[in-house]
Design a protein around this ligand. Structure first.
Ligand code: ADP
Ligand code: AMP
Length: 215
């Protein structure tokens, strides 16, 4: 099953992705996570990406296309994959289609998670991360101990792009560059809309209902 999770920043893509890959045993491919790993390791790609990311801009298409092409060529993707945060532009979606066609694969479904702007701002400004990859929200999904990761006891931190100015920019960038993908995938009859304004377990139930049709 080859699935795309589409939706604005803060819609809950990463949160739902973790639950989906647990249930369906497919790899979670997050371009944001891969880019942050490159930044942490100071790779040439990470160095190029870093200034765009901290301002809430998209990194140039050639960077995201390069990492996704490499990732989708790995054997763990042969039985399916879940894309989170890719594609984010029409050229990225066209590149994805080419990559998949070359290897005789296709996208089965695009889950479009819808959430209002006001709620997105609340979710992003309260998000806290751990270096182990865990993600929390100080009100909606808090850790047991203030600012300490439940899983590895690491100290939680706020992403640079979860600060107010970058959040506003990311929502503007989403509307201009990523939202057109809804029409793009609607035309291909691949879009299924998910109400992302509900609580985390209910959204997952709705997602599972849709994915049942493709499993
Ligand atoms: P995305 O990957 O789409 O940017 P995340 O999954 O990281 O979004 O979620 C953003 C923030 O909102 C996180 O702090 C997360 O804990 C919280 N969150 C996710 N889903 C919900 C929800 N349904 N209700 C309330 N908070 C949520
Ligand atoms: P995310 O973790 O998905 O919220 O992504 C964080 C940031 O990484 C984005 O704001 C972009 O700067 C960058 N990024 C992640 N995925 C992409 C992509 N597909 N295209 C361009 N930039 C991306």
């Amino acid at each position: 099953m080859n699935v795309i999770l589409l939706g604005p920043p803060g819609a809950g893509k990463g949160t739902q992705a973790k639950k989906i890959v647990e249930s369906y045993s497919i790899p979670h491919i997050s371009t944001g996570d891969m880019l942050r790993e490159n930044i942490n390791n100071s790779t040439p790609l990470g160095i190029k990406a870093s200034s765009y990311m901290s301002k809430g801009e998209l990194v140039p298409d050639e960077l995201s296309i390069t990492i996704i092409k490499d990732r989708l060529s790995r054997t763990d993707c042969s039985k399916g994959f879940l894309l989170d945060g890719y594609p984010r532009t029409i050229p990225q979606a066209d590149a994805l289609q080419m990559i998949l066609t070359e290897s005789d694969r296709k996208i089965d479904v695009v889950l479009n998670i819808e959430v209002y702007d006001e709620e997105l701002i609340k979710r992003l400004s309260g998000r806290r991360m751990c270096k182990c990859g865990a993600s929390y929200h100080m009100i909606f999904n808090p850790p047991e101990n203030d600012e300490i990761c439940d899983l590895c006891k690491g100290k939680l931190f706020q992403r640079d792009d979860d600060k107010e100015e970058a959040i506003r920019n990311r929502l503007t960038v989403y509307k201009k560059q990523t939202q057109p993908l809804i029409e793009y995938y609607t035309k291909k009859k691949l879009i299924r809309t998910i109400n992302g304004g509900q609580d985390i377990p209910q959204i997952f139930k709705d997602i599972k209902k849709v994915l049942k049709e493709y499993d």
